[in-house]
Design a protein around this ligand. Structure first.
Ligand code: E4P
Length: 215
């Protein structure tokens, strides 16, 4: 399972990359705005250079086919790590089909149903991003969406990868792994949380005490 960090914050990306377990980065317009990014393309180039061969999802702002194609082609030319992130709307699906024919990788975002995931996959999306935390927020079961998409993609040998998004805590991540999501994207804080267990801290404390007695 690959781990992406869901942030536009360069310090967080640097820290996550330094952990040695980072496979990529996802961003979205809200995350870019939160960091006060003005030159989006320069920011993406910096991120790409920070993640080695890692995959970097760069989201288009346009919502019409021509606009999505124009923005997406420019984003794809910025760096070979870029995957063009396109919203799950009819114009976006048309664009994903064309990007696929042009050999440009895509991530279909804002997926909230299995039908949407299937449509994106049929258009050739490299990734689909089901937002499980946002579904949980409104009283739906985000995890069952991951399970349903996994089942459908396995039924038909669909190669589109499931990029579980809107992950809020460790249990989300573990359940996504159990369901067979290909990738999980999560905030830096969630990645940090994966390392933690009170019994590890307690055990290490005791080992260190006992080691001091020996040497
Ligand atoms: C995914 O690509 C999105 O950027 C992200 O996971 C959304 O998460 P949120 O619901 O925490 O904003």
């Amino acid at each position: 399972m690959r781990f992406f960090v869901d942030t536009a914050n360069l310090n967080e990306i640097r820290e996550a990359a330094a952990m040695g377990i980072l496979d990529g980065v996802t961003t979205n317009p809200s995350l870019m705005a939160k960091e006060g990014v003005k030159d989006v393309n320069a920011h993406y180039k910096t991120i790409c250079e920070m993640v080695g061969n890692g995959d970097v999802s760069a989201e288009v702002f346009a919502t019409d086919y021509d606009g999505i194609m124009k923005e997406g082609r420019l984003l794809a030319q910025l760096h070979s790590n870029i995957t063009v992130k396109v919203p799950m709307i009819p114009e976006g699906i048309k664009a994903i089909r064309t990007f696929t024919e042009e050999g440009i990788r895509t991530n279909c975002t804002l997926i909230f149903s299995s039908a949407q995931a299937l449509i994106a996959a049929k258009a050739g999306a490299t990734y689909v991003s089901p937002f499980l935390g946002r579904l949980d927020d409104v009283g739906h079961n985000g995890m069952s969406l991951i399970a349903s998409i996994r089942q459908i993609f396995s039924n038909y040998g669909i190669e589109t990868q499931i990029l579980a998004a809107s992950i809020r805590h460790t249990l989300h991540l573990v359940q996504c792994a159990e369901m067979g999501a290909d990738v999980a994207t999560m905030p830096y804080k969630v990645i940090e949380g994966l390392f933690k267990h009170p019994l590890t801290d307690k055990g290490l404390e005791q080992f260190l005490k006992d080691a001091a007695k020996i040497g």
